[in-house]
Design a protein around this ligand. Sequence first.
Ligand SMILES: Cc1ncc(C[n+]2csc(CCOP(=O)(O)OP(=O)(O)O)c2C)c(N)n1
Ligand SMILES: [Mg+2]
Length: 322
Amino acid sequence: MPDNDMLLSLYRQMLLIRRLEERIAEKYQEREMRCPVHLSIGQEAVAVGVCANLSAGDMVFSGHRGHAHYLAKGGSPDALIAELYGKVTGCSGGRGGSMLIIDKSVNFRGTTPIVGGTIPIAAGMAWALQMQQKNAVVAVFFGDGAVEEGVLHETLNFASLHHLPILFVCENNLYSVLTTLDERQPDRPITDIAQGHGVHADHGDGNDIIEVYEKTRDAVSRIRAGKGPAFLEFATYRWKEHSGPFEDTGKGRRTAEELHAWKARCPLEAFRRQLVSQGILSEEAHWQIEKEIDEQIVRAFAFARQSPFPEEGTLGEHLYAK
Ligand SMILES: Cc1ncc(C[n+]2csc(CCOP(=O)(O)OP(=O)(O)O)c2C)c(N)n1
Ligand SMILES: [Mg+2]
């Protein structure tokens, strides 16, 4: 079990991600953020529980739904919101938007909108770190939809063969846009795929932060001990529509009952109740954290709006490596 300081830090991070994304959803309707946004409200425990086991020298990759992963790896709310507003102070210089986040200062090594696109890049990075004897771990986040991409299977094979220091994290939220998992994949555990390649695999409740934390701690310690790659699948659920600030229960696919059932299993609320009942989080401390986070978010949006757009003359820069 993580100690009390760690528990409070996990809670604060989950709350920051939740409140920041709620504010993105509100402000998105002002049409000043012009990139698509894929929110992970409801999925915060996976990002936070995994990244809490990584150190500054470890690296993270993600995909189109990557805000939470960036923040959990120590990313700056200011730089994230500025990126969504297309501003030069954004973590990708305002050139990427929500789906193309990169910030080498915290070893968040990038996201792409191509489903599964960062999986082989993460393996390449893990291979480089292994050759350089850096003793660092690479974690790559992807959804259940990426399991249908050939590149995941090729990368599992390669990572297993070379004992790469890589953690594959599959956030299984049951949907690829509006198509259910059972419409897309045969009835077999996703972890069987990793095991078929000789990769150590485990699965858990992605709405239980302690379970995510502990399963990741075990997987990461295996990787650090030189036992090769590991694969974790966490069951979770996104509350918002696939892309955008609204809910999607009116589209004839996901039902209000299903969403309601998952909201009743809110990872943040469950954790808050647990911390309060164990006397780790007082009501007063809870409101203090809420207040500090609210102020942090107000500052991030003000920073983003006040920042300039990139200069037109720089349009051709950053296209090729020097
Ligand atoms: C290679 C590729 N195929 C299809 C798409 C269109 N697309 C974008 S996100 C998405 C759903 C992916 O689902 P999943 O991997 O489960 O992630 P989630 O959105 O549920 O977090 C699809 C099909 C894409 N961007 N790239
Ligand atoms: Mg999915």
